[in-house]
Structure formats: structure tokens, C-alpha cells
Design a protein around this ligand. Structure first.
Ligand SMILES: [Zn+2]
Ligand SMILES: [Zn+2]
Length: 265
């Protein structure tokens, strides 16, 4: 399987996930041009994409969806709640209704040789989901835009090979930063985003002997930076009450504006 962040962060998200025969995009929250260029960089094209999985309707996840879907007619997989909310986003323009494929949390579906499990997440959107993807014995997940995690989330992320996990903000930077009060409360709340600390704590709950690596993603531009996310998550893992240490596996940090290294396993 292959996983690559084309863009990840509060200003736009687009993740490539695939196998030798199936190519998927998870969210298209950057321009059509950037998606095309990003995919070209890793030897793919938008045209050959077999499906677009949409986590939720926030603009940093769908801003390119109208352009891409109109141009290439790629099926769009989303919950009914997310789909309805997308249709209400006038800014992305017309989306052909016939491209919609309804999905539901905890109901597996298949695209090509990839089986996908939508996972319900706690976020201030209509009906948001994260995704676990499997091909045979291989598996990975993209888990961003969640304000909290619980035993349900931990269970869904067990035994993965690779995980792209949100490390959105440093709580202190957010608290002393320039965001208005209501926005700080939103981000810190149960339906907001995972802090670096929570990200490290969640990761600690899902480590296992076969774990091949994590990509930290959806970093806030204002309230985080790569080194801080990386070091905070490392520290949480080393402090956690299990036998794993941060040095045991690779920790990558997804780039906001450039294509990250492709992870293949
Ligand atoms: Zn969101
Ligand atoms: Zn987001």
C-alpha cells in the first residue's frame, strides 16, 4: 500500500492512498491545479483516481472537490450528512449528483482492491468520518479533525501498519495566540482538533510490534510548528506506560504546502 500527503494542515488537506491497482484521494481541500501537480510528483494523475473519500464538509477538505469532480467524474464517497452539507457550500460550485456514493460509519465498502472502514469522529461538522483502509493483511488509517478520542477510536486503530494522525496545535501556543476566544474554545473542545499531547497519547494506545510509522498531519499554521509537534509526540510516547519508545519507528510530519515523502509498505 502507499500513503502520501499531498497537502495537510488547517489551510488545506489532500491525501493520496493507494495500491498498485487502486488510487484514492482522501479529501480535496486544495485547488485542482495543486492536486494535479501533487499527484504528478508521485507518478500519478487525477484522472486515474478511482474514488474521492470525503471526511467532512469544512472548506479545508473540499475546496477542490467541485473542480475535480466536474472535470473527471470521479465517484465521491461520503456520509449522507456530509453530502448534504457539501451541496450547501455554494463556493465550490456545482457537483454532479450522480457521483455521490453514500457511506455509513462502521459499514465497510470496497474500491478496487482496498476495503475501507469509515470511522465516526467527534468534530463540529454534519456527519464526519475518518478512514481505515485495508488491502489483504496490510492496513493504514487517516485520522484527522477530531476533538477527542475514546475506546471506540482506539479500537479502530489497532494493528495498523501506518497511521496519518492529527497533531493540530500546541495548547499553550493556542491559548496565548491571537485567535478570538470563541475559536480557541472551538479548537480545544470535544468537537475541535487533537493537540500534540493528545495525538501522542492516542498514538501510544495503538502502538504494536508491527507498527511501521506515523505521519503527523493537519498542523495549525498559527498554533504549531513541525519540530514542536514532533518533539511533543515523541515525549508522550516515551512517557506512556508501555514497552514502546519513539525511537522504535519513524515519525514523519506532513508538509502544509508541499508533497510529503510517499510511504510504501
Ligand atoms: Zn474540520
Ligand atoms: Zn480540517
Amino acid at each position: 500500500m502507499k500513503l502520501c500527503s499531498v497537502a495537510s494542515g488547517s489551510s488545506g488537506n489532500c491525501i493520496f492512498a493507494g495500491t498498485d491497482s487502486t488510487s484514492l484521494l482522501i479529501d480535496t481541500g486544495i485547488s485542482g491545479k495543486r492536486i494535479e501537480e501533487g499527484l504528478n510528483e508521485i507518478g500519478h494523475t487525477t484522472k486515474e483516481t478511482d474514488g474521492i473519500l470525503v471526511t467532512h464538509e469544512h472548506s479545508d477538505h473540499i475546496s477542490g472537490l467541485g473542480v475535480i469532480s466536474r472535470r473527471y467524474g470521479i465517484p465521491i464517497y461520503a456520509t449522507r450528512g456530509t453530502w448534504k452539507a457539501i451541496l450547501n457550500c455554494k463556493s465550490i460550485g456545482e457537483i454532479p449528483e450522480g457521483l455521490f456514493r453514500e457511506i455509513e460509519p462502521d459499514q465497510d465498502f470496497t474500491i478496487g482492491d482496498i476495503t475501507i472502514s469509515p470511522v465516526s469522529i467527534s468534530h463540529d461538522a454534519a456527519m464526519p468520518t475518518a478512514f481505515v483502509l485495508r488491502q489483504g493483511k496490510k492496513s493504514m488509517a487517516v485520522m484527522t479533525d477530531l476533538g477527542k478520542f475514546d475506546p471506540y477510536i482506539i479500537e479502530k486503530l489497532q494493528h495498523l501498519d501506518v497511521l496519518l494522525l492529527e497533531a493540530n496545535h500546541d495548547v499553550h501556543m493556542l491559548q496565548v495566540g491571537t485567535y478570538p476566544y470563541y475559536l480557541k474554545q472551538r479548537i480545544l473542545g470535544d468537537k475541535g482538533h487533537l493537540s500534540n499531547e493528545l495525538s501522542g497519547q492516542l498514538l501510544s494506545e495503538v502502538l504494536h510490534d508491527g507498527f511501521k510509522g506515523v505521519i503527523l498531519g493537519h498542523l495549525s499554521k498559527e498554533n504549531n510548528y513541525e519540530r514542536l509537534a514532533y518533539e511533543t509526540v515523541r515525549l508522550e510516547i516515551d512517557l506512556a506506560d508501555n514497552q514502546y519508545r519513539a525511537k522504535d519507528f519513524p515519525i514523519h510530519v506532513a508538509k502544509r504546502d508541499t508533497v510529503s515523502d510517499i510511504i510504501e509498505f
